[in-house]
Design a protein around this ligand. Structure first.
Ligand SMILES: NC(=O)c1ccc[n+]([C@@H]2O[C@H](COP(=O)([O-])OP(=O)(O)OC[C@H]3O[C@@H](n4cnc5c(N)ncnc54)[C@H](O)[C@@H]3O)[C@@H](O)[C@H]2O)c1
Length: 253
């Protein structure tokens, strides 16, 4: 039985990697998927992949760091489809690999704007709609294993991902009594274009990363998608305020 039948679900960062894989799983689970991103051609491709495999998806351009754009997007979804039942706030960017003394202020601002302010804006606009609906809603944001532990050389990214977890807990408490659940997923090393960029597509760097993972492999993006689909579904109806590592055991060490 599909677990997301008739649910209207927004996926940000849906043009690539984890977002695209999640759009596919949500579509297969019966959701009407709203793919949103900055990369229009790739976003249209995600929607086409979902539609070609029997799902129901459409693409919209959005910059998650822009409050007016996100507000307009959510209003448009509700006007067209009647509700916003779930959201996967997943758009994100990597930061520079450098110690804090070598991180220019512009890099800090750029990373925090997308990874933390972007999630703040999305959650704010989504909850505003969800508390008006009888069935409430479920929100999942993408933090990271880097949101749970310190990693030297990644101050902006780590701080932004730790921030997502704090935001998740706080907003979950604020709206727990309004039938809106707010959770996060914390991916470890996942096979996506971002991982290729961070490792310079080097097998040697990748092998070093894998040594740190108890399961001794990177994950497929679909493995994050499955955890996310469960959190977005009514199967997780008593779960709120948690940030679940999906990391092959990395942060359990
Ligand atoms: N790949 C990993 O190993 C890994 C690990 C932990 C967490 N994450 C997180 O997972 C999420 C998805 O990453 P991915 O690996 O799929 O990367 P990716 O680069 O493949 O995909 C990220 C997507 O976000 C979009 N995006 C970036 N800025 C945006 C903005 N301002 N507005 C709208 N869309 C925007 C990009 O266009 C892209 O399509 C990110 O939040 C990332 O930090 C990834």
């Amino acid at each position: 039985m599909p677990i997301l039948t008739n649910k209207v679900i927004l996926v940000t960062g849906g043009s690539s990697g984890i977002g695209r894989a999640t759009a596919k799983v949500l579509g297969a689970e019966g959701a009407r998927v709203i793919v949103a991103d900055l990369q229009d051609q790739e976003g249209e491709k995600t929607a086409a992949i979902v539609n070609d495999t029997g799902g129901d998806a459409e693409y919209h351009h959005v910059d998650v760091g822009d409050y007016d754009q996100v507000k307009t997007l959510v209003a448009g979804i509700v006007e067209a489809h009647g509700s916003l039942d779930g959201a996967f706030n997943n758009a994100g960017i990597e930061g520079p690999t450098a110690k804090i003394l070598d991180v220019p202020m512009e890099d800090w601002d750029r990373v925090v704007r997308v990874n933390l302010t972007g999630v703040f804006i999305c959650i704010k606009c989504e909850i505003e709609q969800m508390i008006r609906q009888e069935n409430g809603g479920s929100i999942v944001s993408t933090s990271s294993a880097a949101g749970l532990i310190g990693i030297p050389g990644a101050a902006s990214y780590n701080a932004s991902k730790h921030g997502v977890i704090g935001l998740t807990k706080t907003v979950a408490l604020e709206y727990a009594s309004k039938n809106v659940r707010v959770n996060a997923v914390c991916p470890g090393f996942i096979e996506t274009p971002m991982l290729d960029r961070v490792t310079d597509a080097s097998e040697k760097i990748r092998e070093q990363l894998i040594k740190a993972v108890p399961m001794r492999r990177v994950a497929k993006a679909a493995e994050i998608a499955e955890a996310t689909a469960w959190l977005l579904s009514d199967k997780s109806s008593y779960v709120t305020g948690v940030s679940i590592p999906v990391d092959g055991g990395w942060v359990a060490q």
